[in-house]
Design a protein around this ligand. Structure first.
Ligand code: MOS
Length: 746
């Protein structure tokens, strides 16, 4: 009798056909009448002052409409403070806005903006601009300025304290039977989504429309409004399709405001596309860093103390570090803990969120150290983790809202075949290849938004529905999943429901960052659609002509668009009948959701377990990942197909983090060595092993109405550590750096 719920079905992407047939319009695809093109010219030196800018030749080039520099670009109105975009406030990626004066802080910093009638003409004219610099000494690597490190009060957009401690670390280390002291080093990383960032800006009088590639349309709207000194109600941001982001479109960088300023200056719509090369200097990056861990444990493997310090590069203007010490401080029972961030100001832009921001690096250090401890004590790595398992958040003592971690270890190990592992390094071989098995724990916090998340739902008299919320779908499948959520709440099939998003004209949703999207947006959509259903049911029971007249609304259920008594399904009528009889073309309801106060009394984390098998060629020093298995407990799984693809993407990113992804500064020139996908290596299909994902569903009544904890980032956490641990198992070599390259295994 009962129709299956859409939630939990592996529904195909509602936007899939559009994406693969070229029907999807990305931000750079919008062609507006009379459109002009802006090209950013970046600084060629990392530090100093512009002494002169000669634009004579460029201004004479064909098609050039304007050249904007610090000498003629209007000053910005206000510079908003750094705040994570989940706060729902203006969210600039850094508190420095370019083209305001002659000072150069980093290579690639915009020093001129050329506007022309075609992009090629703008690029050509950009090459004709002569910029003179007086260069000053720069810092672009950790090694150049270790003695200048300082301890900031807060990091991560001021969101996380620079120091966090509990218990007495020195006492805990004194009690310990074993002590591991290790330093982990990490190359900088760049995001490199397939779609480089782009903004098209069009003014209509004092009203501005921006087509922008972003994780949060409201973040773009509020940031640009603040920078330009215009009211947010006059700024509309549209972002229907986004070709990936991974964090580089989570904060709002200079280019949307520059596009708007250029459009205002030339009185025409302006499109500004960042080039692939500019993506390395314009949208943040994961900072070069190193982490130092001192771990003390009893001979049975119980952790007595953890000291975890991070040293990383930030920009000249902001105290930014990704919060690497968060999950690593919470994942195991550990009474004595000290986490400290230290920063060095460098000539780069402000680093930013990058997939699993912080956890991806922090858990590499902790989980490599745990593997080391297991090896030294002769305890199985999973058993060691179980001995340190905690049912409460050790930082606060609060219980987890839900966990599932032990089940992840069990099911992951079973699927992987962990019991076949001989703990002795170099004991498994396949021909001349050294085979290794490694594992690691994964965890990612459940973040809630600060402001109410809103949606609205409208049902037409033909029984179809449209559900709207401002969120873009930046590749995660959120539009598909929200169609499922709305369909179930309304009691209609998914095919009769459409989700619309990606527009500030729709009800406000914060930027989908920190794996918060599916939880907070489903909460808003579920609330709006449930309100609409309740409204329709209330109308039916109040209608003297309805078969449901006089019924208790609590006894009414809706299936396939038909309202009926739960106990007597033959008594009822369809939404359409109710609306037609009352001459109503449609009915609409809004819904809003914010995290409830109960969330403060729980630790909220998505847990998982990662397993990897590597084969190391001892002659070539080449490590290949053969197999990865991940088991994750993301609360309720709204769509196992999109959830799997998110988790698989995260795990493969972990492979890239482990073996490939790196960017380095050339300290003599103060610029990134890699500036294309030819130099910056990411895994391709030939690098991708078989990836298996086990979804461990756990009920969570605390986090949000549907109990959704998010899958965007946890898939990456621990993946690099599982691979490094497998390399240790294969070779007996503990490599404490990322990425692990051939040179490390020679
Ligand atoms: Mo995610 S890197 O927090 O956008």
């Amino acid at each position: 009798m009962s129709t299956p719920l859409a939630i939990g079905q592996p529904a195909d992407r509602v936007d899939g056909r559009h994406k693969v047939t070229g029907g999807a319009s990305y931000s750079a695809d919008f062609l507006l009448d009379n459109m002009a093109y802006a090209v950013v010219v970046g600084a060629q030196v990392p530090s100093g002052r512009i002494t002169d800018i000669d634009t004579t030749e460029a201004l004479e080039a064909r098609g050039v409409l304007a050249i904007l520099t610090h000498e003629n670009l209007p000053a910005i109105a206000t510079q908003p403070p750094l705040l994570p975009s989940l706060a729902g406030m203006p969210a600039p990626g850094q508190t420095f806005f370019p083209l305001q004066d002659e000072v150069v802080h980093y290579t690639g910093q915009p020093v001129a903006l050329v506007v022309a009638d075609t992009m090629e003409r703008a690029q050509h004219a950009g090459a004709l601009i002569r910029v003179g610099y007086r260069e000053t000494p720069s810092v672009t690597t950790l090694d150049q300025a270790r003695d200048e490190a300082y301890e900031p009060e807060a990091i991560f957009a001021g969101f996380i304290p620079g120091r966090n401690q509990r218990g007495d670390v020195e006492a805990g280390l004194t009690q310990a039977d074993v002590r591991i002291d290790a330093t982990y080093t990490y190359a900088a990383n760049n995001h490199n989504p397939i779609e480089p960032s782009a903004t098209t800006a069009a003014w209509d009088g004092d009203r501005l429309t921006l087509y922008d590639a972003t994780q949060g349309v409201a973040a773009t709207q509020l940031t640009v409004a603040a920078l330009l000194g215009v009211t947010p109600s006059n700024v509309r941001v549209i972002s229907h399709y986004v070709g990936g982001s991974f964090g580089c479109k989570a904060m709002i960088w200079a280019h949307p405001a520059l596009a708007a300023l250029a459009a205002r200056h030339v009185g025409r719509p302006v499109k500004l596309n960042l080039t692939r090369e500019q993506m390395f200097t314009s949208v943040g990056h994961r900072e070069e860093q190193e982490q130092h861990i001192t771990l003390g444990a009893s001979s049975e493997g119980r952790i007595t103390a953890l000291r975890h310090h991070k040293l990383s590069l930030t920009s000249p203007f902001d105290n930014w570090a990704e919060p690497s010490l968060g999950v690593a401080s919470q994942i195991y029972a550990c009474p004595n803990y000290e986490g400290v961030y230290r920063l060095i100001r460098a000539n780069t832009m402000t680093p930013t969120f990058m997939r699993a921001p912080g956890e991806a690096t922090g858990m590499f250090a902790l989980e490599s150290t745990m593997d080391d401890l297991a090896h030294q004590l002769g305890i199985d790595p999973i058993e060691l983790r179980l001995r340190n398992h905690t049912d409460t958040d050790p930082g606060t003592g609060n219980p987890w809202s839900s966990s599932g971690l032990k089940e992840c270890y069990r099911r992951g190990a079973e699927r992987f075949g962990w019991e076949r592992r001989n703990p002795e390094p170099r004991s498994h071989r396949d021909g001349h290849l050294l085979i290794g098995y490694g594992m690691a724990t994964a965890g990612y916090p459940v973040y809630g938004p600060n402001n109410p998340q809103r949606a609205r739902a409208r049902l037409y008299s033909d029984g179809t529905a449209v559900v709207q919320a401002a969120t873009p779908d930046f590749g995660t499948g959120v539009a598909t999943v929200m169609t499922q959520v709305a369909a179930d709440a309304l009691g209609i099939p998914m095919e009769r429901c459409r989700f619309e998003g990606g527009d500030t004209a729709l009800p406000t949703i914060a930027a989908a960052v920190g794996s918060s999207g599916s939880g907070m947006i489903s909460a808003a959509v579920h609330t709006a659609a449930t309100n609409l259903r309740d409204q329709l049911v209330a109308q039916a029971v109040a209608d003297s002509q309805s078969p449901l007249h006089g019924a208790d609304p609590g006894t009414v259920t809706v299936q396939d668009g038909r309202m009926m008594l739960r106990d007597r399904p033959e008594t009822g009528e369809s939404y359409g009948d109710l609306l037609h009889r009352n001459f109503l073309p449609d009915v609409e309801a809004a819904g809003a959701w914010s995290p409830g106060p109960q969330t403060h009394n729980y630790g909220m984390m998505t847990f998982g377990a990662q397993f990897a098998e590597v084969a190391v060629d001892p002659d070539l020093a080449l490590a290949r990942v053969r197999r990865m298995v991940g088991a994750f407990a993301p609360g309720r799984v709204l769509n196992p197909k999109t959830a799997r693809s998110q988790l698989m993407g995260g795990m493969l990113w972990g492979l890239g983090q482990a073996l490939l992804e790196a960017n380095y500064m050339d300290p003599s020139r103060g610029r990134w060595v890699a500036s294309s996908l030819g130099d910056y290596l990411v895994p391709v299909n030939a690098d991708a092993p078989e990836v298996e994902i086990e979804l461990v569903e756990v009920e969570d009544k605390i986090v949000n109405p549907l109990g959704v904890k998010g899958v965007g980032e946890v898939g990456q956490v621990g993946a690099a550590a599982a691979i490094a641990n497998a390399i240790h198992h294969a070779t007996g070599r503990r490599i404490r750096k990322l990425p692990i390259t051939i040179e490390d295994l020679l």
